[in-house]
Structures are given as C-alpha cells and as structure tokens.
Design a protein around this ligand. Structure first.
Ligand code: AMP
Ligand code: ZN
Length: 491
C-alpha cells in the first residue's frame, strides 16, 4: 500500500497524508445525481473526477467500497426547503408518474457514465429505498434535542446545535456570517431559526411521493438521505465523502450536523470537493440553462459547438485540469485535447510494436516514479499527463532509433502506460473515431501510403513524392520510420 498519498481535505483546508480508518478497506461516498432531468457535462465532470480517484485507490491495492447515491425524492427547488418538488414538477410537465421520471433519468445517467467509461459504484442506493433509515435518524436527532416538530414537519435546530458543535466548520464560517447571508423569517415561516432546515416535510394533499412517519404523511428533506445511507453502508465514520464544491455550504454542512446530532460522531475523515465546469466563466448548471448534454457534445449539435468531440476526448479534456481547479469549456481547448489524446493512443500502439534492444538509453524508473508522485499529490492528473507525454517522447524516439530500450525497461514502460493511461485515467481507444467514415478514411490513407512505400522500394521516387505532396496538401502529416510510416491528420 502506498503510504505517500496526500489528499486535500476541505475540512482542514490542507493536504493530509491518506490513512484509511480500517486499511486495506476504504469507504467513499459521493453525492450522486438528482434524477429529474438529464445529467449535463458539469455533473459528468464531478463523477469522472471521482472515478479517477476511485480507480487510483484500486490501483494502489485498497479494497474500496464506493457508494454513489441516486437522489430520487425530497428535493425541492430551493436549497433551503423552498419551492416546488422537482420530481413532481417534472412529472406534471412530462405527464408521467414521478417514478417514471426517476427511471427515465436514472437510465440516461447510467448510459452517460458508461459512455465516459466510468466504473460502476459498489452500491448505488436511492433515497426512496431508504425512507425507514432516514426516519430512524430523524427520531434520534429529535430525541437528542437538536430538532423540533411543527405541524408534521421536523426542522433541524441549527442554533441549538451550534451551541455544542461548530456548524459552519466545513466552509470555515461562523454562525453570525452564515446568518447574514440568509433572509429574515416572516410570518409565513414555521421554522424558528433562519438557518434551520427540514429533516421531514409534511405532505400536501396533492403531493405525489409521500410516506407514513411518526409525524404523519410526508417526505424526507434532501440532506438526511446522504447521512442515513452513508452511515448504513460505510459506518458512522468513513474515509472519504465527495461531491461538487457547490454542495459544501449547505448539503454537506447539514450532513455533518445531522450525524453529530444523531450519534455524536464525526461522519467523515476526508472531505473532497471537485471544482466546477464553467462556460465562458459561468458555472454550468441546469437552472442557468448553459448545460451541454453529453450527446450534444458528441454530435456537435449545439450553438456553442463548432463540431462534435468523442467521449474519450472529453474525458481526456477533463483529466487535463486538476479536480480542484475550475475548468472552462471551449472549442479550442477541446481541439487541443483531441490532438493530445490521439498522440497518446498512437504512442500506445507504437509501444506494442517496439522491439527491445540490448541496452537502454532511457530512464523508465524515473518516469514511473514521476507518474506516482503526480497522483500521490492529491490526484494531480494534469501533471500525470505531462509525464505521460514524456513517455510518448520516449516511445517515439525509441521507434525512430534515436533512443534504445532493453527488454526489462520495455516491459516496465508497457506496465506504466497501461496502468496510468488505461487503468487510472480510464481512457480507452475511441471506437467512434475508428468506425464508419473515420475508419474508411483511415484505411484509405494506410492503403495509399503502402502504395507509396512500394513505389519507394521500386525506386519510383517521382510517384512516391507525388503521393506525399498530395496527401500533405490534404492535411495528412506523414513521417517515415524504420518500419514504414506513421501519419496523423493536421487540425
Ligand atoms: P445534481 O444532479 O445537480 O444534484 O448534481 C450532481 C453532482 O454534480 C453534484 O456533486 C454537483 O455538485 C455536481 N455539479 C453540478 N454542477 C456542476 C458543474 N458545473 N461542474 C462540476 N460539478 C457540478
Ligand atoms: Zn448528498
């Protein structure tokens, strides 16, 4: 097990050495999607970031239980229990049952995750499947005096809680500062404190999704589901809890409060948050209406897109920025990523064909150590990718005969490449790129270049030059190698 892994903990605001509570087991909980609409590319970024984290922990040999929930009930439009129920609203709009909405968008989410080559979580629990666990937890919070009931709705008492625990610790904010950011209560409000939030909400006659409880018919508040399901599957304190940064101030702050108020336990050792995908500097979100759907990106069918990009190019584009940095979407950035991705894949193919020499002029041990050092530094994928391009240079130089690599180093290089490019970054050959027209073009260029090779062998240099010039004019970059040729399309 690697003892040098450092992870940035939102709670302590620093990088900490990763020491699981019960090694070799690691428990991770990531807040999953709210399945009332399609997942956009921003949501996908968060899930891809955690997929890479999950993959790296598996690569290091940990036995990981990765829980990623599905929010399929109890999510009102406002962060603080205001507005309409998102599922009910969508169900009315699409003239479907709320559970048909849940089913439709859960399937859509799974499809997107599969297209992006993310590994399935170990457990994918739903809020509606864990109503009794949530009710039990609310009962305990009430019994401990940190909640109160008014007309069938149960509120968490933030003021009472913050006398015993630091409520805003996750975002390092004091209660007074948090209060400043909220609106005054008016006569319409039942709750006692401005920061109080609902653990259980009484249903109205028209509410579609409701369950019986000790407080009458109703449905759970949004935050309690993750506390209840995290505890059920990972225990009262588990290793990593993640989600997008937008969840820190309310959802995760309230999760910590619920767990401490229920069993006086700190629920999580390392809090990890991914930064946002933005479009022209504005956070991509369902409500802002600036969310690309993954299929729009693949087909290029969106006003902001110049053309389509394949799923693996998009995944590579995401891995090129660190998960804690914002990532701004642009056509130029995606085109650069496409080039980089193709280089990486091509070098992988060349690597498989490389022949070992008797000696080595390259330092593969250093390359390997650099790759581990990058990932051990809080999963720094952009630095890892920079080192993988060092590997690409080594592979191409060895292929051109400018460097030599012996059998041991060749095996080591193949293992480094496989581990980091495919197992950890989760990239794979892009099928779409090599199907249909793309495949035909590729086959035709190979065919023409083989004709050129034959012409050269027959010393018919005028034909060989003509083929080279014509293809170059059409944007095919040709490189002559020891064994024949390599080519790529210029962008
Ligand atoms: P939601 O379905 O809106 O509950 O979001 C699912 C996950 O995606 C949460 O962890 C969010 O924090 C995350 N998320 C939402 N918008 C973005 C974005 N623009 N960039 C990255 N992650 C996001
Ligand atoms: Zn959650």
């Amino acid at each position: 097990m690697d003892k040098n892994l450092y992870v940035y903990n939102t709670l302590s605001r620093k990088k900490e050495i990763f020491e699981p509570i019960n090694p070799p087991f690691v428990g991770i909980y990531v807040c999953g999607p709210t399945v009332y609409s399609d997942v956009h590319l921003g949501n996908s970024r968060t899930f891809i970031s955690f997929d890479i984290i999950y993959r790296y922990l598996l690569h290091l040999g940990y036995k990981v239980r990765y829980v990623r929930n599905i929010t399929d009930a109890g999510h009102l439009e406002g962060d603080r229990d205001e507005g309409e129920d998102k599922f009910a609203k969508k169900a009315k709009l699409e003239q479907l049952e709320p559970m048909e909405i849940v089913q439709k968008y859960t399937i859509g989410f799974h499809d997107v995750m599969a297209i992006f080559n993310t590994l399935s979580p170990s457990i994918e629990p739903t809020a509606t499947g864990h109503i009794s666990e949530q009710i039990e937890m609310i009962k305990e919070i009430l019994a401990n005096g940190y909640a109160y009931e008014i007309n069938g709705t149960v509120y968490f008492d933030v003021e009472k809680y913050s006398k015993d625990f630091p409520y805003g610790q996750l975002t390092n904010r004091k209660l007074e500062d948090l209060l400043e950011g909220t609106r005054e209560l008016d006569g319409q409000d039942e709750k006692k404190g401005r920061l109080d939030f609902a653990l259980w909400i009484q249903s109205k006659p028209e509410t579609l999704m409701k369950w019986p409880s000790p407080w009458g018919w109703g449905f759970p508040g949004w935050h309690i589901e993750c506390s209840a399901m995290g505890k059920k599957y990972l225990g009262e304190t588990f290793d990593i809890h993640g989600g997008g940064m937008d969840l820190q101030a309310t959802h995760h702050t309230n999760e910590i409060a619920q767990s401490q108020a229920c069993s006086n336990t700190v629920p999580v050792k390392y809090w990890m948050h991914t930064n946002m995908l933005t479009v022209n500097g504005v956070r991509m979100s369902k409500s802002a209406g600036n969310g690309f759907l993954p299929h729009e990106l693949f087909t290029g069918n969106h006003p902001l897109l110049e053309r389509g990009y394949s799923p693996m190019v998009v995944r590579f584009f995401m891995a090129q920025s660190h998960y804690r940095s914002t990532l701004d979407f642009s056509n130029e950035a995606l085109q650069a990523s496409e080039k980089g991705f193709q280089k990486l894949m091509k070098a992988g193919e060349t690597l498989n064909k490389l022949k070992a020499e008797n000696e080595s002029t390259v330092n593969i041990e250093e390359l390997k150590n650099n790759c581990y050092a990058a990932m051990n530094d809080d999963f720094n994928t952009p630095i890892l990718i920079a080192h993988l391009f060092d590997a690409v240079r080594i592979i191409n130089s060895a292929n051109d005969g400018k460097e030599k690599i012996n059998q041991t180093d060749l095996e080591k290089l193949k293992l480094v490449y496989k581990s980091f490019v495919f197992d950890v970054l989760g990239l794979k050959e892009d099928k779409t790129e090599k199907s249909g027209e793309g495949q035909l073009t590729s086959d035709l260029i190979d065919f023409i270049l083989n004709l050129r090779l034959e012409a050269k062998k027959n010393k018919d240099f005028s034909t060989s030059d003509k083929i080279r010039d014509e293809l170059t004019k059409k944007g095919v970059k040709i490189k002559d190698t020891k064994d024949g040729f390599e080519w790529e399309l210029e962008n």
